[in-house]
Each structure stands twice: as structure tokens, then as C-alpha cells.
Design a protein around this ligand. Structure first.
Ligand SMILES: [Zn+2]
Ligand SMILES: [Zn+2]
Length: 108
């Protein structure tokens, strides 16, 4: 799977998260966010001017605030045929373990 050109353009233009300035980490990767949601403005989907670079954390926070219907998919989430989240029990266990670990780390 290759990255669409408009996404490359946005990444090269913005370089860091436009919310917090991070260059992105393995657990908090940079993603291309559509300022006007592509589900409502499909014609703007590939317009770099409608895109901004955000890290996953800022991206999730923004969508929570704005309440766009576009779901944010974490890498461990798979969607079934109906667009619902699907997670294998094995993955769920692994995720919970990882989250518990992260929580411990943060507290220190
Ligand atoms: Zn950020
Ligand atoms: Zn977005």
C-alpha cells in the first residue's frame, strides 16, 4: 500500500504535529487530518489545503471535541463489514496489558 500523494505533500509541508509540535513516536504517530471531514466533503479529500498534520493524541482529542462521525482507527482495531470495531480476544488482552503498562509508566 503506498501513501497517497496528497498525504505526502501534507507531511512534507507540516513535518511536525500542528497541535503539539511532536515529530511523532512509535506509539503516537503522525496522521493526516482533514479539516473539513471527507465524509461530508469528499471533493476536498485529496486537497492538501484541507489537511493538517496531527499526532494521534491530538487527532483523537480534536475529533472528540468536534464530534465528527469519522471514527479514528487505532492500529489494533479492525472494522468488520458493517464498519463496526472488531477486535480479536487475543489482541484485546494484549492491548489491555499494554495500556496497564503505560499507565504505570506515566505515574512515575
Ligand atoms: Zn500532537
Ligand atoms: Zn481527522
Amino acid at each position: 500500500m503506498s501513501t497517497p500523494r496528497y498525504k505526502k505533500t501534507v507531511r512534507e509541508r507540516d513535518i511536525v504535529c500542528q497541535g503539539c509540535g511532536t515529530v511523532g513516536t512509535k506509539n503516537n504517530q503522525l496522521t493526516v487530518h482533514h479539516i473539513k471531514p471527507k465524509c461530508r466533503y469528499p471533493e476536498l479529500e485529496k486537497d492538501p489545503d484541507n489537511c493538517t498534520l496531527l499526532c494521534q493524541r491530538c487527532h483523537t482529542a480534536l475529533h472528540k471535541k468536534q464530534g465528527y462521525p469519522t471514527p479514528i482507527h487505532k492500529p489494533y482495531e479492525r472494522l468488520d463489514r458493517y464498519g463496526r470495531r472488531k477486535e480479536k480476544p487475543k489482541d484485546r488482552k494484549r492491548r489491555l496489558r499494554r495500556e496497564a503498562k503505560n499507565r504505570k509508566k506515566k505515574r512515575r
